[in-house]
Design a protein around this ligand. Structure first.
Ligand code: NDP
Length: 463
């Protein structure tokens, strides 16, 4: 460590930063981590975790409706937003404390302070008005919801950050965006009884996912009562004198809503961090540029997670942090593996997916076999809910490897996690076929689709 205060100083106490600090400290390194807001970062404080709690909350009305078919009479249900927020906040505070405790437990030090770089080895702790030095520095400052300065009236809009703390549940909301956050929150608000309109600039929500899933989810959301306007953007947002907002949608319609939420991507948190003083290169959107090992152009400064804008997912940041510790402290250079990442969208119904969409696969492989099943899940037989489940396997005709698996329906996220293993391992459709089904489950469909629904040859579908 040659005269430095710390072997490792981590800036940013989110999933990636805390993991790196904790694991490096457990190796016996002298480690400190600074966080300016709350330990836990986006995922725990205002992302994945509270979002999933909101998803659960928003699903109850459908559960109550579905119960009737199973013989239950559910008295008139009432929902209290403030109770949900208070209980969610209590759970988040519990998790935040665990994050900090884990760093301390491993022997690391935590600072509740903004930290900025003075030079490549010196960090300024703003709240303590002093500097410390470190041999290695990890930047793990994450990202924030992208602002939309080009939208007149953007200052009246909320983002996912504010959605977790609204004093009142709105009666109506307009959400701009067609990605994970816009789609998940559209379903959450709708489930909680909010009249919801989604405004998306593209032709179909959830770009990058398999088109079958995108279309089927879109239809299902509309059937539930969510209004989806594709090929549309907001032109302006204005506050009404009597309260609420007007939002002009391209095409001329003015939507009136209690809240307008922007969910148009996320921006890396690199401003004012002193990265220029340390000589660290940023890309054109302000993300930290790193090599395959998460090292910046300054060889003792590293970066992991959303601040590098590689794949903006919590498990990816954690994986990058683990690889960083292997590389920097265990003399075992390890590249994070960003290939074949399973992912879920907690829409209603849920999406779980891993590997290539049919469209992507057809560009890379000459011959595909596509296995597809669209069916009513068993739980909706008695409930009478008119909602379909979709399962799809995309298989490379030459090698027989399953290169994409796509599920829309209850528990699809759980299935994506398990499907991630055979697809990562490069298993073939024959391996799926000789796997015994678990009956009665929805996922048994994944191992009982014996005949291709259709083939794709040189990009053209053959039925
Ligand atoms: P996404 O990248 O998923 O989606 C951004 C959306 O905003 C896209 O539909 C995009 O359109 C649209 N958009 C971008 N710029 C504009 C603009 N100027 N005007 C109008 N629309 C615009 O970002 P999110 O904000 O939804 O989420 C950020 C990231 O967080 C995700 O990429 C994901 O990695 C992560 N996340 C993961 C979750 C999970 O794992 N379940 C949940 C929530 C977030 P277009 O498609 O045309 O580019």
């Amino acid at each position: 460590m040659a005269g430095y205060d710390y072997d490792l100083f981590v800036i940013g106490g989110g999933s990636g930063g805390v993991r790196a600090a904790r694991v490096a400290a457990a190796l016996g390194k002298k480690v400190a981590i600074a966080e300016e807001y709350r330990f836990g970062g986006t995922c725990v404080i205002r992302g994945c975790v509270p979002k999933k709690l909101f998803v659960y909350a928003s699903q109850f009305p459908e559960h109550f409706e579905d119960a009737a078919g199973y013989g239950w009479t559910v008295p008139d249900a009432r929902f209290d937003w403030k109770t949900l927020i208070a209980n969610k906040d209590r759970e988040i505070a519990r998790l935040e404390a665990i994050y900090k405790k884990n760093v301390h437990g491993a022997g690391g030090e935590t600072f509740q302070s903004r930290a900025t770089l003075v030079d490549r080895h010196t960090i300024r702790l703003e709240s303590e008005d002093r500097t410390v030095t470190a041999d290695q520095i990890l930047v793990a400052t994450g990202g924030r919801p992208a602002a939309h300065p080009a939208l007149p009236g953007h200052e009246h809009c909320i983002t996912s950050n504010e959605a977790f703390h609204l004093a009142e549940l709105p009666k109506t909301i307009v959400i701009e965006g067609g990605g994970y956050i816009a789609v998940e929150f559209a379903n959450i608000f709708h489930g909680l009884g909010v009249e919801t309109t989604l405004v998306y600039r593209g032709s179909e929500i959830l770009g990058r996912f398999d088109m079958d899933l995108r279309r089927t989810l879109h239809e299902t959301m509309e059937k539930k009562g969510i209004r989806i306007l594709c090929h549309s953007v907001l032109e302006w947002v204005r506050r009404r004198p009597e309260g609420g907002l007007d939002a002009l949608v391209s095409g001329g319609e003015i939507l009136t809503a209690d809240q307008v939420m922007l969910a148009i991507g996320r921006t890396p948190n690199t401003e004012g961090l002193g990265l220029d003083a340390a000589g660290v290169d940023l890309d054109k959107i302000g993300a930290v540029v790193v090599d395959d090992y998460s090292r910046t152009n300054v060889d003792n400064i590293w970066a992991v997670g959303d601040v590098t804008n590689r794949v903006q997912l919590t498990p990816v940041a954690i994986h990058e942090a683990m690889c960083f510790v292997e590389t920097a402290f265990k003399d075992n250079p390890t590249k994070p593996d960003h290939d074949t990442i399973p992912t879920a969208v907690f829409s209603q119904p849920e999406i779980g997916t891993v590997g290539l969409s049919e469209d992507e696969a057809s560009k890379r492989f000459a011959e595909l076999e596509v296995y597809r099943a669209l069916f009513r899940p068993m739980r909706h037989t008695l409930s009478g809910r008119d909602e379909k489940m979709l399962m799809k396997l995309v298989v490379d005709g030459a090698s027989r490897k399953v290169i994409g698996a796509h599920v829309l329906g209850p528990d699809a996220g759980e299935m994506a996690q398990l499907l991630g293993i055979p697809i990562k391992a490069g298993l073939t459709k024959d391996d799926f076929d000789r796997t015994m089904a678990v009956h009665p489950t929805a996922s048994e469909e994944l191992v009982t689709m014996y005949k291709p629904s259709y083939q794709v040859k040189d990009g053209a579908r053959i039925d």
